[in-house]
Structure formats: C-alpha cells, structure tokens
Design a protein around this ligand. Structure first.
Ligand code: SF4
Length: 479
C-alpha cells in the first residue's frame, strides 16, 4: 500500500486512523532480552506504515517475524523449533506466509540462515530494520533478502514504537544500542555492534507520549545504560574547540535519569542493564534524590573470582565490585540489587566457584539470573579458551548458586513482613483471579485481594506473608 496520502501522514508515520485501515497481517514473536522486545515494537511501527497490523494468529499472517536471541546455544535451539512450527503451519494452513528472522541470531548467522533454514525468506540484523520495506519488495519479487549491516549511528530515535502485547501500564524506552565492552563470553558486541546513545530529546519525547497515554512506569533500556553519553546540540562557533563543545553539550546517564524523573514525577522509572565497571556514583545520588526512581539496581557480576573476571575481560575486581555494592547501600539504603552469574567459565576451579558463593553471601542479592557457560562462536573466549569445565560440574555448581540465591531471596522477601509497600497493579494474579498482581519499587512481585482497585493503580499494601519470590498482603488506606 502506498504511503504518500498526505492527510494520512503525521510527521513521517501514518496517522492512527490510517493504520487501523491496514489490511496486511504481521505476526511477530520476540525472544531474549528486553532490547529485543523493544526492537519488535520498532519493527511493528515501521511495518504499520507499510499496511501491516499485528495479529496473534499465525495461520492468518501475511508476514511472520521472529526476533531472535543468540546469548546461549539453547536460545538458538528455541528459534529453530519455532521455525519448524511455522513450516508446519505454512504447509497445512497458510501457504502465502513469508517468514523473516530478526535480532542477534540473524546477525550472527547472516546469509547462512537461509541455507540452514529453508522456510526463511528474510534475514535482518538489529540495525537494519528500516530497510525491511525494501527487503519485503525483494521477497515479493521472489528473491531472498538479507541486510545485516551494523551501524554506528542508528538508534531508531525517530520511530514511535507500536506497543506490542503490553499492558498499557509499563513500557520499555531504549536509550542506547550496542556495547563496546567486549566481555570474552559475550556475543552482543558482534551482533549489536558499537555503542551509541540516543538523543535525550527523543527519549524525553517518547516518555511524554507514554505519560499522555497514561502509562505509569517506564524502564530506560540499554545493554549498558551506564555508558550512555550523548553529545549534541550547540553551534561549533560558540566553542573554542570540539572537546569544549562536547563537554558543554554532553548528557550522561545520571543527567538523563535526572531529566526524566523531573519531567514526570508521577511516572515510576526503572533502568537496565547497569555495568559495574562503567557505573558512576552520580547515578546513585540521582536515584536517592528522586522518589519516583525505583530503588532497584540490576548489577551483573558474572563471577566472584577476580581471576575469572580477568579471563572474562570484566574491567573490575571482586573487591572493586564489593566496594560499589557498599556505596549503593550507603547512598540508597534498602536498595534491591540483582545479579547475572555464569558458572563453569573456562578454567573455573572449585576455588573460583567458592569465591562466587562467597560474593553472593556478602551481597545477599534480592534475585538473579544464573546460567552455565555456553560457548558462543566468534567470541574471544571461544577463540582462545577451551570449554574445559565438565558438564556435570557446571550443573552441580549451577545448582549450588541457585540454591544459595533462593535462600537469600527468601531472606529479602521476609524482610518486608509487617511493612507497607507501594505496588503498581499490572494484571490479575495468575494463581487467583480475585487477586491483583503488581510490583514494588524493589521489583518484588506482590499479590493482594482486588477490592475496588484497578490495573494501573498504585496501591499501599501491608505485607502479611511471603514466598521466596512473592509478597502477599492486603491493600490498606494510609491515613
Ligand atoms: S557488558 Fe559485556 S556482557 Fe554485557 S552486553 Fe556488553 S559485552 Fe555483553
């Protein structure tokens, strides 16, 4: 469908009315990190201007897109299983459907994806989504289409995301793309390219839009939010030299967070993912200053052994990480902290593993994401280090850290017994339809009887019971 009918165009996108008239159907699935889910909303917006509206019915779709993750081999196997499913539907119910793969696995495999998976018509890397309309034309003309060029500039800051499957209450707002850190186990720098930060004005604009649509919480998103740094604005002639101009016009993460919190004091603000080697104390002071910034920091560490951190090319030691944890707790008392941990990294000894358990004992994280090392093709670890920790040792160590995390999570949730916390209602409780489920600022899930409250309300809940992961309580009116 042509895109040139003026009254239907607002800025460079179709108006909502024009979009509702779209006739083509897009089925889009996302896997992996929040960045992928946020990117799928960008893709849905780009395709809405090409006449596509989203559908949840695979058999009705003209175009099926899967946004893929490559962080572990298991994630890629999941995608291959989905492609088999699409193949079955295409053969039996929907022969016209075209299939495309997006995201990190598309970037990692490139043209090889077409050879390995015959159902795939389209392969698009994370920086090439604006090219999808052109690539679809190639597919319509019977050619396979691939664009996996990584960009140093692209932030999609000029695209208004189409919120997919959301609850109309919480939303992701991406602020940076890519990563320059080159951790030796990580595929992200190869699949998402160099770090680049989005113009703060376009970020604040997107938050304004969400506030207008009555969203109650946003998460500022990036592979590494702490390296957010925007240079821009101001005329060269006003400054002695480029670096003066950069210094004068730079916006770092602490400033961006401060601006967002000030602009929307009623909006709850989260951010993810932080990085211990790039985090500045100013960020902690900004979190402490604003009531609407959640007291929760997701601070991946990956190992508690300085020797392994070195092998991982993580630019900090165990001791430096513990000092940062201490500063977080001094500046933001009661701040919830969560972790990412990898067990079984090449050369990891029992002593290294004990160091990880020791670090967890020191921090007593609120919760965490823990995985066995999965060798990723093309990474420095895969090229230089043998994946030498036996599988059963990896499994035993994973069980030990998961058990320890469970114990600490139980201590953390129990610390809320008898306290009253503010909960943002997101949906009905999975276990009990007479109860609401929402999250506290510490990112704990809380459930409580519905009474007259509704989704999107902030409710004061007195915690009367808890499990390892969930707070249980009663809504109370504070006098
Ligand atoms: S900081 Fe390290 S682990 Fe995180 S995305 Fe960047 S390279 Fe990967």
């Amino acid at each position: 469908m042509e895109k040139v009918i003026d009254e239907k165009v607002q800025g460079n996108t179709l108006t909502l009315e024009a979009r509702t008239a779209n006739s083509r159907k897009l089925y889009i699935e996302s896997y992996g990190c929040a960045m992928n889910f946020s990117d799928s909303e960008i893709v849905a917006s780009i395709l809405a201007d090409q006449g596509y509206n989203t559908t949840n019915a695979l058999e009705d779709a003209d175009l099926v897109l899967v946004n893929t993750c490559s962080i572990r081999d298991k994630a890629e196997q999941t995608v291959r299983k989905r492609l088999e499913k699409y193949n079955a539907v295409k053969r039996t119910k929907n022969p016209k459907m075209k299939v495309g793969v997006l995201g990190c696995m598309a970037e990692r495999l490139k043209e090889k994806f077409l050879e390995e998976e015959k159902i795939v018509d389209l392969v698009v890397g994370p920086d090439a989504y604006k090219d999808i309309p052109n690539l679809l034309k190639e597919v319509e003309e019977g050619r396979d289409a691939v664009n996996v060029i990584l960009s140093k500039e692209e932030t999609y800051g000029d695209i208004s995301p189409v919120r997919l499957g959301g609850n109309g209450i919480t939303a992701f707002v991406s602020i940076t793309r890519g990563c320059d850190n080159m951790c030796t186990f990580c595929v992200v720098p190869f699949t998402r390219g160099r770090e680049r930060s989005r113009d703060p004005q376009s970020i604040l604009q997107e938050i304004d839009d969400l506030a207008e649509k009555n969203y109650k919480e946003i998460t500022l998103l990036g592979q590494n939010v702490d390296s957010y740094l925007w240079y821009g604005g101001g005329l060269k002639k006003d400054f002695k030299n480029a670096s003066d101009m950069q210094k004068a016009t730079a916006t770092d993460f602490a400033q961006l967070l401060d601006m967002a919190a000030k602009a929307h004091p009623e909006m709850r603000i989260r951010f993810s993912t932080s990085n211990p080697q790039d985090m500045h104390e100013e960020v902690l002071h900004v979190v402490a200053k604003h009531k609407n910034i959640c007291n929760h920091i997701h601070l991946p560490v990956q190992s508690g052994s300085t020797r392994i951190l070195k092998e991982m090319n993580r630019q900090h030691t165990r001791e430096e990480y513990m000092k940062l944890i201490d500063r977080i707790r001094e500046i933001i008392p009661g701040c919830a902290i969560s972790q990412d941990m990898i067990v079984g990294f090449p050369t990891e000894t029992e002593e290294d593993h004990q160091a990880t358990l020791g670090l967890m004992e020191y921090v007593k994280y609120d919760f965490g994401y823990m995985y066995k090392y999965s060798e990723r093709p093309g990474t420095n670890a895969a090229r230089k280090l043998e994946d030498d920790v036996p599988e059963e040792t990896k499994s035993r160590r994973l069980t030990e850290i998961v058990d320890l995390q469970q114990k600490h999570s139980a201590i953390r949730t129990a610390s809320f017994l008898g306290k009253t916390v503010s909960v943002l209602i997101e949906k009905e409780s999975k276990k009990n339809k007479d109860e609401w489920s929402g999250r506290t600022e510490h990112n704990n899930v809380a459930v409580f009887p519905k009474k007259n409250y509704k989704a999107g309300d902030f409710v004061n809940v007195k915690i009367t019971d808890c499990t390892t992961a969930t707070l249980i309580g009663e809504a109370v009116e504070l006098s």
